[in-house]
Design a protein around this ligand. Structure first.
Ligand code: FAD
Length: 404
């Protein structure tokens, strides 16, 4: 006798950040009638990375041509601007300056111009006097201006994706156990004891995606190492008109203290990057021994510490000393004083790290039986969330068809 299984939904998405919600939205657009449920452990959407980022719509200038980041960022930026306009979400295309303040940064700045052109991004090269045309208070030896960069409210984008997706979204519901059987489907027990049965599971759990993959029985061969980015708000926002970035270090392209005028007119300064002592460790006081233990037990964490301790020491110093942070900002903005910097909430990045200490640079999506895991969705994943969502949705629908 064939046992009939009563599925609660066709696709179950774990994670109500921008990637999970964009995936739910894309599935219901591509295959109307597909029943999608999203489990989100918090009381609303976008409570972690999506609601605690710089709010920048990145142009895509930095990324290696051919990478998923390069493919999705430029397209995603244009789509994000359109989405915000369509749903009346606050956004602005402000452009951004990338400024070299030291001579040894000039070759890297020129390399970025090349990369921008390869990625089809409009860039304008500026000499020192021209920097003032855009940012009168910023100083540098040379700069490039990227006109397609912008800012928006990603938490509002996530809310609109949730509403427009037509998915059933269960907030305050944490996925606690997963039983996946290739012939039967996936059963997820939540922390309140209910069981949700689905044909296919999609893991968009951000800072917890490696744990969810393991609960599903897959070894992802990476671990999330959480890095906290600490910010200040500028007390004199008139010092900065738009977005001002340093030339990125190729080893840590997401680092380097920058200035971003957000959609509400306030200017964020930061972030630095320090190890977080919990996956959601938004300050030094938040320590979760089990999560910290799992980070320390991963050989890749020690490899990072061994290779990058010098860089890390600088970041720690800037975390603990406001004077050191101020000095770092002064390279770009000499008028700033430490009184101008007001502490503001931090964000934690979910950085996937391989066993040998490699920081996974590109987006990483892995498939298992009846399962799609999003294992690395760092910046610019908010910018690129619409194309990423479509990519994940396409893989989930393929798994759904295979399971039928
Ligand atoms: C400091 C900082 C600055 C950034 N700046 C930018 C920027 O300017 N522009 C840009 O494009 N990108 C930026 N990013 C990156 C961007 O924010 C992220 O790439 C993006 O938000 C990732 O979205 P996500 O949905 O994967 O993760 P998240 O937003 O973290 O969502 C994951 C969700 O899964 C939920 N979850 C986890 N475990 C469970 C469970 N067991 N059960 C149920 N739910 C669960 C969590 O509660 C969370 O809501 C920045 C990131 C940080 C941290």
């Amino acid at each position: 006798m064939v046992r009939e299984i009563a599925y609660d939904c066709d696709v179950l998405v774990i994670g109500g950040g921008i990637v999970g919600l964009s995936t739910a939205y894309a599935i219901t657009r591509a295959a109307p009638g597909t029943r999608v449920t999203v489990l989100e452990k918090e009381a609303g959407p976008a409570r972690h990375q999506t609601g605690r980022n710089s709010g920048v719509i990145h142009s895509g200038i930095y990324y290696r041509p051919g990478s998923l980041k390069a493919r999705f960022a430029a397209r995603g930026a244009a789509e994000m601007v359109k989405f915000c306009a369509e749903y009346d979400i606050a956004h602005a295309v402000t452009g951004k300056l990338i400024v070299a303040t030291e001579r040894d940064e000039l070759p890297r700045l020129h390399a970025l111009v090349q990369r921008g052109r390869e990625n089809g991004i409009p860039v304008r090269e500026l000499g020192a006097p021209q920097i003032e045309e855009y940012e009168p208070e910023v100083r540098g030896l040379a700069a490039i201006h990227v006109s397609t960069t912008g800012v928006c409210d990603y938490a509002a984008v996530a809310r609109h994706l949730a509403n427009a997706s037509g998915a059933l979204i269960r907030y305050g519901t944490k996925a606690a156990y997963i039983d996946r059987r290739p012939d039967l489907g996936v059963a997820v027990r939540t922390d309140d004891g209910t069981v949700v049965r689905a044909r296919v599971l999609v893991n968009c759990a951000g800072l917890h995606c490696d744990g969810i993959a393991r609960l599903a029985g897959d070894e992802p061969n990476m671990r999330i190492v959480p890095f906290r980015g600490e910010y200040y708000t500028l007390a004199r926002p008139d010092l900065v008109r738009g977005l001002v970035y340093p030339v990125p270090d190729p080893a840590f392209p997401f680092l380097g203290v920058h200035l971003t005028r957000g959609i509400d007119g306030s200017v964020h300064v930061g972030p630095n990057a320090v190890p977080a002592l919990a996956r959601e460790g938004y300050d030094w006081r938040t320590v979760r021994p089990r999560e910290l233990g799992s980070t320390l037990a991963w050989p890749g964490s020690w490899q990072i510490a061994r290779r990058h301790w010098r860089y890390g020491t600088g970041e720690l110093h800037r975390s603990l000393s406001k004077a050191a942070f101020t000095r770092a900002v002064r390279r770009l903005l000499p008028a700033i004083t430490s009184d101008d910097l007001i502490p503001t909430p931090a964000g934690v990045r979910a950085q996937a790290v391989l066993r040998d200490g490699t920081l996974v640079d590109d987006f990483l999506i892995q498939e298992g039986p009846r399962t799609v895991h999003v294992l690395n969705a760092p910046s610019p994943a908010a910018t690129a969330s619409l194309p990423i969502g479509r990519e994940v949705a396409q893989r989930a629908l393929k798994a759904l068809a295979a399971a039928a």
